[in-house]
Design a protein around this ligand. Structure first.
Ligand code: SF4
Ligand code: SF4
Length: 126
């Protein structure tokens, strides 16, 4: 399961990943990290079986947790321009018969969302 973690100015100074790993024994795979002095955002992957425990442990440390679905979402504004293809780090976006398609191996890094000229993409939440 993919989780989006948001840190405020207090939480960003704490060693939260280490603390949660020690508390839950979960293996936390960091997919994307954008951390500054005042706030931060990570996308991490954890095993489904321990996700609830991990979420709770992050929240206890003041981290906002959002569960992410499996794939970036695209709406009807997509014009199949292909601008998002080369920016994907895992080759989850491909051109098939002149149409751009998104494969299931998306890791929700958000790169394609930023480059889409018609804002056809968004990272999902539940
Ligand atoms: S960049 Fe946007 S409009 Fe272009 S193919 Fe990707 S989703 Fe579609
Ligand atoms: S969110 Fe990242 S991994 Fe997923 S399709 Fe877009 S660029 Fe690729």
């Amino acid at each position: 399961m993919f989780l989006r973690l948001r840190f405020d100015s207090k939480a960003v100074r704490k060693p939260v990943i280490s603390a949660v790993t020690l508390k839950t024994s979960a293996l936390i795979n960091i997919i994307k990290a954008e951390v500054g002095p005042r706030r931060g955002e990570l996308i991490v992957e954890v095993d489904d079986s321990i996700a609830e425990k991990v979420e709770k442990a992050f929240e206890e440390l003041g981290v906002e947790v959002l569960r992410l679905k499996e794939k970036v979402e695209r709406n009807e504004r997509c014009v199949h321009c292909g601008a998002c293809i080369s920016i994907c780090p895992v080759e989850a976006i491909v051109l098939q018969d002149g149409r751009v398609e998104f494969l299931d191996k998306c890791v929700l890094c958000g790169n394609c969302v930023k480059v889409c000229p018609v804002k056809a993409l968004k990272l999902p939440t539940t």
